[in-house]
Design a binder for this molecule. Structure first.
Ligand code: MN3
Length: 238
């Protein structure tokens, strides 16, 4: 394997994004070792043009969400860790013991990881966008139907008060669960939660320009742009 490719995969796995990351040059975190052994995280480009998710998510929202909001999490994370003697390269290691870290690290590390994950479980919209493979079977078995699953996910995403995220997670036995988290927390920070399969940002900055107060419409339109192939990879990596 050529060095650049091996290095890329190493960086991708450090962010805990596994096979999806390794297959997509757009989502790796760059981790530059510095003298005091704290990494420096970078904002990678979106894996598609900013207007690729139209009409479900508008181009201006994507430009601001990625270029301003996500970028700020990266910048603020680097600022929050720069004077530490040590900080893990792998944010999943940080999330496991998140209570040891100050809010500035919790919020910005979560914000960086969550948004990187989010961009990569989205893709340009298509009609009859459906889960595939083992995940499709698991959703059927756990929820009775895809429609039932969507209703349960919508309830969780709608019910998250204020800013946060809704997630489909899978535990080691393949059991699916829908959870939500406040702020920039994610399932890796929760005790006894599984790994994210899909996640939806329900902060107003994710939808307000197009949907204003209508979070429910934003959630309904999310289903057209879920990258179920990426979700299947996450599910199988349980
Ligand atoms: Mn966001």
């Amino acid at each position: 394997m050529e060095n650049s490719r091996r290095d890329f995969i190493k960086k991708s796995s450090l962010l805990g994004l596994g096979a999806i990351a390794a297959s997509n040059m757009g989502m790796a975190a760059s981790l530059l070792e510095t003298n005091n052994h704290t990494p420096s995280f970078t904002l990678e480009p979106l894996p598609y043009p900013a207007d690729a998710l139209e009409p479900y998510i508008d181009s201006l929202t994507m430009q601001i969400h990625h270029g301003k909001h996500h970028n700020a999490y990266v910048t603020n994370l680097n600022a929050a860790i720069k004077d530490l003697n040590h900080f893990p390269d792998d944010l999943l290691e940080v999330f496991k013991t998140i209570q040891r870290y100050p809010a500035s690290i919790r919020n910005n590390a979560g914000g960086h990881w969550n948004h990187t994950f989010f961009w990569n479980i989205l893709r340009p919209g298509k009609e009859n966008n459906q889960p595939v493979g083992n995940l499709a079977n698991a959703i059927q078995a756990s929820f009775g139907s895809f429609d039932n699953f969507k209703a349960a996910f919508k309830k969780e995403a709608s019910g998250r008060f204020g800013s946060g995220w809704a997630w489909l997670v899978v535990d080691k036995k393949g059991k699916l669960q829908i959870v939500s988290t406040p702020n920039q927390d994610n399932p890796y920070m929760l005790k006894n939660s599984g790994k994210p399969v899909i996640g939806l940002d329900v902060w107003e900055h994710a939808y307000y320009l197009k949907y204003q107060n209508k979070r429910a419409d934003y959630i309904d339109n999310f289903w057209a742009i879920v990258n179920w192939d990426a979700a299947e990879v996450h599910y199988n990596a349980k």
